[in-house]
Design a binder for this molecule. Structure first.
Ligand code: SAH
Length: 326
């Protein structure tokens, strides 16, 4: 999955109508603006630290960064920009929208000595998952076979029982659990930095916030689900993000977990309805498109519920709009 996605992302811009899939920031500027408002409010509540930096892993075309930074600037929040991206094609697209940014291959080289205003949208879902399957006699890693069955439980003397959380230990044969060590490592690093450097982070993805079983691996090409093994490196591979586990990882790493909520409720709390009306008044011929985008981003049967927003913060930072009510 790691190799296929590396090949996939480094050779194309997958976003948009002519690409393979569309993300929230590409649906409407309102998405990035609401993120920018949240980050600016956090920054303001923390005493407006002048050295705070904007950090975004997996920034796609740079659309979210451009929209968020524009909204933040209206509050006097004009942070230095650090983008973490491995795709040369996407770096070129990001440079057009955020020319003053600095680029990094990994989070490791992002400055270690100042507060972070971090957002990642549809980044964690692209990181490789491992799957364990309950076989007749205990748990095994599930891997890709070269012939015959395409997904196979590793045979031989490598039981994985010790790696399975207690609640699933006695699950019936055939049960699959997924784990994403890459996402856990990224969240652990972000949490440690929030603890040491201060700051706030929003991690947004489609996923679940209660423990769950089953394979969620999927491949998308040309806006359609395709067979994940049919054409590796030419389709986007994703898995649902396990926010339950990541909240624990964030806490263990020293960050405050502000909460995890649906994207619709989060954008609602940030005032997306008022923003949609204001834009529609200013651009009457786009009113219908704006209403449609608002629906798509927030409706429970569209992106409003399946997409989750996880808020994290350093010790002395505010609770965060949307997460501030129990
Ligand atoms: N956040 C953007 C793009 C989402 S697509 C949006 O919402 O539109 C996933 C992004 O993560 C791309 O920018 C891709 O290049 C990046 N990405 C995927 N796997 C990565 C990895 N292993 N390391 C760094 N970036 C990665």
């Amino acid at each position: 999955m790691a190799e296929a996605n590396m090949a996939y992302y480094t050779t194309r811009d997958p976003l948009g109508v002519t690409g393979d899939f569309i993300t929230a920031p590409e649906i409407s500027q309102m998405f990035g603006e609401m993120i920018g408002l949240w980050l600016a409010a956090m920054w303001d509540g923390a005493g407006r630290p002048a050295d705070a930096i904007y950090v975004e892993p997996g920034p796609g075309r740079g659309t979210l960064a451009a929209d968020a930074l524009r909204a933040m600037a209206r509050f006097g929040c004009t942070p230095q920009v650090h983008l973490v991206e491995s795709s040369p094609v996407l770096i070129a697209a990001q440079r057009e929208r955020v020319p003053a940014a600095q680029w990094h291959d990994t989070l490791a080289t992002v400055p270690q000595d100042r507060p972070l205003l971090l957002v990642a949208n549809e980044f964690l879902d692209a990181l490789p998952v491992r799957q364990l399957v309950r076989a007749e006699h205990g748990w095994r890693e599930r891997m890709v076979g070269l012939e015959g069955e395409r997904f196979v439980a590793v045979a031989g003397d490598r039981p994985m029982d010790a790696a399975v959380p207690a609640r699933w230990a006695d699950a019936p044969p055939g049960t699959i659990i997924e784990t994403c060590p890459g996402a856990a490592a990224v969240v652990a690093e972000i949490a440690g930095r929030l603890a040491r450097q201060g700051g706030a982070a929003l991690l947004i993805d489609y996923g679940y916030d209660q423990p769950a079983t089953g394979s969620s691996l999927q491949a998308v090409q040309g806006h359609r689900k395709v067979d994940p093994l049919a054409d590796p490196g030419a389709a986007d591979l994703t898995a649902l993000v396990d926010f339950a586990t990541l909240a624990g990882v964030a806490r263990a790493g020293g960050a405050r977990h502000l909460g995890t909520m649906g994207q619709g409720a989060f954008l609602g709390a940030m005032g997306i309805a008022a923003r949609a009306s204001a834009l529609a008044r200013a651009l009457p011929d786009r009113a219908e498109l704006l209403a449609e985008a608002h629906q798509r981003l927030t409706a429970p049967d569209q992106m409003g519920t399946l997409f989750r927003v996880m808020g994290l913060a350093g010790a002395d930072w505010p609770a965060g709009i949307g997460f501030d009510k129990p």
